[in-house]
Design a protein around this ligand. Structure first.
Ligand code: ZN
Length: 272
């Protein structure tokens, strides 16, 4: 699933091609992709002949802001791809297509879990999970103090950092990478972290996500950037996808276990 670095890379790529451009037409090939409104004709009519003011990201959501105060809130979920081209392209799982005055924006999605929701700026509360997002981990708001305030209860630290109402945009790949860098066992009850460990965790999250953005995201199977290209960060992962392989720090075998239903890879010796 695309996480913060992948969505950030897509948004950065889309900005110069979409901002200030007119949407001439929209075609919807899978009605269920459009979660709001249910009326597809109304969806198309509201978007047609509007201009895109801005493309931004919040957590794992892409927000395309139109000049009629409407927002296209897009979540790629498992396999969604948002690809821009000034040429006609063939996609096998095309769910929607936007015709702009300078090119085409394709929403391709194999598994069909990805969603597009059209909401007025005053209705953004209606998008489940969007308005409850926690702080952006690369912002100054995300600090030791913020995390300390949020820590409550005994749930595993892995589940805590995956909670989108605490940290916006962190997913399974980067959660494992951050905990490895911070030397924290993902099963540790979050309320047992001391001040030093919280500082290490905050620093690790910022470092791992920044490097992943520099590497244009992680491609294992379906993730593509807005130009249809692959990321490079899969070549730099330390633990994710490396269960039973040797730890880069101590050389012992990495452990793999399910935590909160998610496969988690970690080093029992390095992560306490
Ligand atoms: Zn180790």
């Amino acid at each position: 699933m695309p996480e913060l670095p992948e969505v950030e890379t897509i948004v950065t790529g889309l900005k110069p091609n979409l901002e200030g451009k007119l949407i001439h037409d929209v075609q919807v090939f899978n009605k269920r992709t459009i979660t709001n409104p249910k009326d597809i004709e109304g969806f198309v009519a509201t978007i047609k002949k509007t201009t895109i003011n801005e493309v931004t990201r919040k957590g794992k959501y892409i927000d395309i802001i139109l000049d009629n105060k409407m927002h296209l809130i897009i979540h790629l979920r498992m396999t969604g791809q948002l690809i821009y081209s000034n040429k006609e392209m063939d996609f096998t799982h095309l769910r929607a297509m936007f015709k702009l005055d300078n090119g085409l924006l394709y929403f391709n999605d194999i598994r069909k879990f990805g969603t597009i929701s059209l909401l007025h700026q005053d209705e953004l509360l209606l998008e489940k999970g969007y308005h409850t997002l926690g702080v952006e981990p690369l912002s100054n708001e995300f600090s030791d103090c913020y995390l300390k305030e949020k820590i409550k209860g005994t749930r595993p630290v892995k589940n805590f950092i995956l909670d989108q109402t605490v940290i916006a945009g962190l997913g399974n790949i980067y959660a494992d990478e951050c905990l490895f860098l911070a030397n924290i066992n993902p099963k540790r009850p979050v309320n047992t972290l001391d001040d030093m460990e919280i500082t290490l965790l905050v620093d690790a999250i910022k470092e791992v996500l920044s490097k992943a953005i520099e590497n244009r995201g992680t491609t294992f199977s379906d993730y593509k950037d807005s130009y249809g290209g692959k990321g490079e960060n899969q070549n730099f992962l330390k633990v994710y996808g490396r269960g039973k392989e040797d730890c880069f720090k101590c050389g012992k075998k990495l452990s793999s276990d399910k935590i909160g239903g998610r496969t988690t890879v970690f080093c029992l010796d390095c992560q306490k």
